[in-house]
Design a protein around this ligand. Sequence first.
Ligand SMILES: *Cc1c(COP(=O)(O)O)cnc(C)c1O
Length: 431
Amino acid sequence: MTQSTTINHSETYGSVWYPYAQMQSLEINLEVVETKGVILTMADGKQLIDAISSWWCVTHGYNHPELNQAMTDQINKFSHVMLGGLKNQTTQSFADKLVEITPEGLNHVFFSDSGSVGVEVAIKMALQYFFNQGQQHKTKVVALQRAYHGDTTACMSVCDPAEGMHKMFHGITPEQFFLDAPSGGFNASDAEVAADIEKARQLFEENGNNIAAMIVEPLMQGAGGFNYYSPKYLNQLKALCKQHNILLIFDEVATGFGRTGKLFATEHTDVTPDIMILAKGLTAGYLGHAATLTTSEIFGAFLSDSASTAFMHGPTFMGNPTACAVGLKAIEIFQRDDFLSKIAQIEQQLKDELLDFKHEEVVETRVLGASGCIEVKDPSFHQGIQEFAAERGVWIRPFERYIYTMPPYIITPEQLKAITDVMKDWFLRER
Ligand SMILES: *Cc1c(COP(=O)(O)O)cnc(C)c1O
């Protein structure tokens, strides 16, 4: 267990300001010096299985020889070149590949450098789609309770307004509409879906005229606590959006590239979203990058004889060729090595090892694709679990009431069992 002693910052972790942390009491004792596959090697020689893929992005494992090679080959030509006014084959091929593998109809790709910026781009694109058609009144976005879409300003405005971590910025971020998080899980009944959809119908009927878009994390609200929900909800939501001239944005930053059991969560539904955002697994966790994809109809609304309808956005590193090169290779490997069947095996094992687990502290256990979660009653219950897991060779990072795993897809059954054992042993330990 950690003790709250005064910390000499320069000795413990230098001058780095760490994420989501009270720096006054933060202690970091694990220092990574090497990685291979799913293993993180620490400065003291300890080896940890990464149960959470470095915040859900290292899909192919660390230090992958082919991914390393793809990047090295690109770097030896040029690691970066601007996308303003210059084209290059790597970025173009990656965009074409993304259009090829995403749902029919998403034909245009706007690159940026992180999931948050990809979401900002999506929201800005949706609003301007209407502005370009003279519909200046369409300025609002609808999001779900429990949503997480990133930490920048427009993203904060569509994160859960009550439980989320951005509460103190209310009044500064734009005020948006929120609907209850879909209930009933992945296999929700028709009645449960109908009740949730009814709330959307009412909101759209009252305010549709001012609403430009609805944004959701399809099927899995990740940082909001692994709330899995029904594809039927999304099918019906799409129909409602269409009826009220509201664009539907799928934030697939976390769900994209296999996490829910299909290449994209969208594939569980009949929906092609109007806009879709990819990041995290886009480069197999090698580099920060994002892609915001959209339809020809939306793209078309930016075309005119006037510069005033153009999309005025352009992150310095958008379309970075090194990120695109590694992303292209990651997709090739994903398809060649049939990662979807690996994910199906992970899902089955997680179901076998987690779903029946019962304990007085447990609210529910849930699994979808290569993600599994134990929800506990009391968020303080898992204080100390990181040290406990590290001693048993596992790197895990619970938050709020959720102890979860989202492993790299190359994990072996033995390594995955080590993770689920640790998750369960925490409850069964002597206290
Ligand atoms: C992680 C995440 C983001 C933000 O992505 P960053 O690359 O961290 O900016 C946005 N949406 C969802 C669903 C995410 O999980």
